[in-house]
Write a new protein. Sequence first.
Length: 225
Amino acid sequence: MALGLVLLMPPAEASAGGATSALLTSPSSGEAAALSGSDPGYGPLEELLGPEGVGERARPPGLDGSVGTRQINVTWMALDLRPARTDRVFPGEDPGTVWIHTATGVPDTYRGLWHRAAEPRRLVALFGELGLMGRPSASKAGPALFPESWESEGLFGRADRQPAAAAQEAPPTPESLPRASGPSALMDHWWWAIPGLAVGSALTSVVLRSGARREPGRRQELLDG
């Protein structure tokens, strides 16, 4: 019974909203790192970034000192395939202040909440251990997209959700489904013959039984006149 219960129980989901790995990038320095759920830094990274659903929608007034200095992007992947959460981290000039923007509705929307890191120095030190705190490089730098506001209709706003929603609302029609041709089409529709065979067999059986129950009558003879 114990073995059966263990087999029937669903496996425990990984942390960070069911994520199993994390991809970290530093657009300004062109550096990147990756962590799986079994890596020593995976748990501390999630702890230092903070839980989901905590913070404010509005842009923090004290963020101006962090913008343009450095941005670390953390993308949490579910089953190593699908983005499940993003954290955009902004270490500023003040080592005691690190702002974090967390979005948990990705990839449908990248709107999220702002909050300050509870232990900013530990978080920055972890980024350094992962090789993400190198000097900015103009030749290696990539785009560092700043989080959009909740009222925005831009890149990560409502416009991004419309195509996905339209695709979900429009069910496939018979005309839109691919049709097979040739021998494969005949094989796909062979099962249509089963009802016909069943009905034909039943009718044949009824006719044979009715003929067997009929009493023999007088036979007509053809006589020469």
